[in-house]
Structure formats: C-alpha cells, structure tokens
Design a protein around this ligand. Structure first.
Ligand code: SAH
Length: 399
C-alpha cells in the first residue's frame, strides 16, 4: 500500500523484517522480495522506508526494475534529493583530496562507496566521464544537479556520459547514446604515477582506463625486474609502469584498438614495448610449452565469474592462467595476479594461487595482497563494494 508519511511528502515503502535487519546491519540494499508493496510508486522515486511496525528506517531510492528495489540514501529524511546529490559530490571530492596523489586521473564518485548509489564519475585530467546506473540518478533534476556541481568542483573542459545500453535495458530506462553533456573536448592526456596516457572519452572499455589498478601499477613496478610479460594489458597500464624498471616488456591483449592505444601510450612515454594481439589462453599455453621464461608476469584478466553460479568455472580459468604463468617464471620471479570478479573472494583467490603453486612445485611468498585503489572505496558492511584482488608474489622453485 502506498501512503504518505505524515511529516514529509515522500511516498512510503514498508520493508520486511529481513529487509529491516539488513539495513540495520549497515547494508544499504533491500531486495524486491523484502518490500511489501510498491504499487503506484513511480520508477526512480525517493521514498521513505519503514519496518513492519511502522518505524522509520531512512530515505531510499526506489527502482521498479532492479532486483535491488531500494538503495538507502540516508538514515534521516531527504526532502531535497538534488541538494543532497550536490553535497555528496562535494564530500566525495574532499575524500579524494585525502587518498588521491601522483595522478590527475581518479574516480571521483564510486556509487555506494560515496553514498550515491547508481552514479559513477571519473576524472581524466580536464575531462569528466559519468555513468548513470539507476532510475533515480537518471532524472532530469538529478542530472542537472550533478552537472552543475561537477562543473563547480572540478571545472572540467567537458563532461561526457558513457552509456552501457545493456544496463539501461535492464533497469528499464529509455535508450540513450554516449555523448557530451558539457563542452566539446573529447580527448586528453592524463598521468598516473608519472606515466602518461591518451584518453578518448567516447572510446575504450569501461570509462576509459582501469583507474582501480592505479595503485597496483606502482606496487608492481616496485618489484618488477628483468624480462616482463603483461597479459591482458589493455592500453598498457602495467606494461608502461614496468618498462621503467625492466629490460624488456611484452604486452598481450586480444583487442586491437586497445593495443593501438597502448602503442601510442608507449610512444608518448618514449618506451619500447612489444605488443602482441592474441588470445591469452592460447598464447600462454604455447609459450609455456615452448619453455619461454620471464622474470615478471602480470595477469589481469576480465571478470570470469559474472555470477555466483559461474564461480567454479571461473576458478578453473584463473588456475589455468596462473599455472602457466608460474611455469614461465624464473626463480626469484614476480607474479602479479589479479581478479576483478566480485564473486571470487580474496580467500578463494589465494587458495587458487596456492593450489596452482603446489601443482607446479613452486613456492610463493606473498609480497602484497592488494585491492582496488582507494578512490574506489570499500564500504564496511557492503561487501559488494569490494571486487578487485591484486596479489604480488615472489616465486621460488622447490627442489
Ligand atoms: N591490465 C589492464 C586491464 C585489463 S582488462 C589495465 O590495467 O589497464 C582485461 C583485458 O583483457 C581487456 O583489455 C580485454 O581486451 C582483454 N581480453 C579479454 N579476453 C581476452 C583473451 N581471451 N585474450 C587476451 N585478452 C583478452
């Protein structure tokens, strides 16, 4: 039943005891099966949430399409969502001042990690790229508020919206094209840890670069040496960092456009890197069989486990890659192995690496067990905000 709460104009939704318990434990999601009824509530509404006894639990964003029906915005009442959006963008910027350094490319807003569920904002030097993932964030008033606040906070040359048509279909939003929301500039150069990269706002995967790996690039560089292989190199994030310490660097990816940008990035930084367009599984199989040897190997594959059900198959895929990489590493070598699948936990991942090491009779020391860069904050109480694993190992042979 839809009722109006007495002291606000927000529509109300009652959640089940399980939904209420989830919110009280610090999570901010309530699943569709845990809301009593949302009849008559418009998609993307800001709603007041109550438990079955009628006690107010907070203000949330409602989705009519997602399995996650409610995303809590605040434990109090929110009467002016655009104003809250502006404040939270300012807070997100202040947090970045604390955690972002040695770069002009960073994630400024990380959805739930910045109390702005459904909004991602990335900055690349003077360009800003936004992604809208929920009905509530797609409203005209929300869009206007974010554009004007981002303009005030970072004064970009342009703001671009990156649209994932699949996401819009899933959340039942009308189709939209990626494009400029402000200004006309769509290309720039940004830097991370002193390495420069080309950025083209309307091309590339994700919103451009894998900013979540930025701190891991620097960590990998610290231990890298000798001959290095960067597998799943995309536009060369790891390879370019390694090239400052290694005698030879090879990058492998199946995407030609990614490798073309990688090559331009190498030229921009005056580095010699060999790029190979290939299927990484097939190439590693061949290289391992041929007895190719490296001192440093990076493995940063795309997410293999898109759901809990595919976990087993994903772990087999990770193990195959890691086995081959370990086989190719010389004694004293460095393996940097990553997984960006949320469904693969850090302990699953470490267990997989350990079992690969046992199979191939090598001994691994964990130098660093890392996660996503701190501008992609992990919220305690919201496990879904933690997805990236990046483990740096020192590899020795067991004789
Ligand atoms: N390490 C990169 C990010 C890697 S993202 C960085 O830090 O920027 C995963 C990459 O894997 C993508 O570039 C994608 O093109 C590539 N990829 C996906 N499947 C592949 C396959 N079978 N063989 C080689 N590359 C693949």
């Amino acid at each position: 039943m839809v009722t109006k709460s007495p002291d606000s104009s927000l529509p109300e939704i009652t959640v089940s005891r399980r939904g209420a318990a989830r919110l009280k434990s610090g999570h901010i999601w309530v699943y569709r099966s845990d809301i009593e009824s949302a009849d008559g509530i418009s998609p993307g509404s800001v709603v007041a949430v109550s438990d079955p006894k009628g006690r107010f639990l907070g203000t949330a964003l409602f989705s009519s399409s997602s399995q996650i029906a409610l995303r809590l915005l605040a434990p109090g009442r929110v009467d002016n969502f655009p104003e809250l959006l502006r404040n939270r963008i300012r807070q997100a910027k202040a947090y970045r001042k604390l955690v972002v350094s040695h770069t002009d490319a960073y994630r400024l807003v990380f959805s739930e990690g910045d109390f702005l569920p459904g909004l991602i904002v990335d900055c690349y030097n003077d360009l800003v790229s936004i992604q809208i993932l929920t009905q509530a964030m797609d409203s005209q008033s929300a869009r206007q508020a974010m554009i004007s606040e981002l303009t005030a906070e970072v004064a970009p040359a342009a703001i671009v919206e990156r649209v994932d048509p699949r996401v819009r279909r899933l959340v039942q939003l009308p189709p939209r094209h990626s494009g400029l929301l402000l200004g006309t500039k769509t290309g720039t150069i940004f830097s991370m840890n002193g390495v420069q990269f080309h950025y083209s706002a309307l091309e590339g995967q994700k919103t451009g670069a894998f900013l979540d790996q930025r701190e891991n690039y620097a960590a990998a560089e610290q231990y890298a040496h000798g001959e290095a292989l960067d597998v799943f190199c995309y536009q060369g994030g790891f390879a370019l960092h390694l090239s400052r310490r290694c005698s030879r660097v090879t990058g492998v990816d199946s995407s030609r456009p990614a490798l073309e940008t990688a090559d331009q990035n190498a030229a921009l930084n005056r580095r010699q890197i060999e790029w190979i367009e290939a299927d990484a599984f097939a190439l590693l199989k061949d290289y391992a069989a041929m007895g190719q040897q490296y001192d440093t190997v990076i493995l940063d594959p795309p997410a293999f486990a898109k759901s809990r059900r595919s976990l087993e198959a994903a772990l087999r895929g990770y193990k195959e890659l890691n086995l081959r990489a370990l086989k190719m590493l010389r004694p004293g070598g460095i393996l940097v192995t990553c997984s960006c699948s949320y469904h693969v936990s850090q302990s699953d991942f470490l267990e997989m690496i350990s079992s690969a090491a046992v199979d191939i009779r090598k001994s691994l020391r964990i130098l660093e067990a890392r996660g996503q860069a701190r501008d992609h904050p992990v919220m305690l109480g919201i496990p879904e905000t933690s997805y990236l694993k990046a483990v740096v190992c020192h590899v020795s042979n067991l004789k």
